[in-house]
Design a binder for this molecule. Sequence first.
Ligand SMILES: [Zn+2]
Length: 204
Amino acid sequence: MKVEKIIGEWYDVNCYCLSNDSNECLIIDAGAKVEKMKDLVGNKKVVGILLTHGHFDHTLYLQDYIKTFSNNVYGNENIILSLKDTTLNQGDGWYIEHELALQTLKGDGKLDIGNFEVEYFSCPGHAPCCECYKICEFLFGGDVLFNSGIGRIDLKGSDKQEMKNSLKKLSDIEFNILYSGHGEESTYERQRRNIAVFSRFLNR
Ligand SMILES: [Zn+2]
């Protein structure tokens, strides 16, 4: 498995291309221009697009990605609401007008996409539609967990108690490397400490 990253123009959002030995890849988030993502995808077959949440910086080019790469798109059950409401997606007027045929995820579970085994975890708090994905030893944490912090909980749709519950859930998941929606990757050990510190902070 190989993880490659490109950075989109809004808030330095990270978008990832995860590839396997079968020449397949999964795209995680759609906030960087198609041309940039095409460079990472190369001749690999895109078997799906995973969305970590509906904020505009992560989904701005979703419709282009669907046209170019794959219409097999996964996101939390609450994500469509966010994509269609600019106050929820923070897009300052941006929203998706067209109907979207997304595969919506409820609760936690597992699914096979191509030869990828994907574990998904509903992790609201930063936004109601936050979803974290564990694939192999990697955790794609979106805006829930960062290298040195957690996602904002002062936005429309944010919820402090839900963030606390989501951090607790993530503290039980073992992984090797965290790939976040912004900033550098991080380790399991660092995140163990991070989650403990920020859970205490949220309890104040
Ligand atoms: Zn966000």
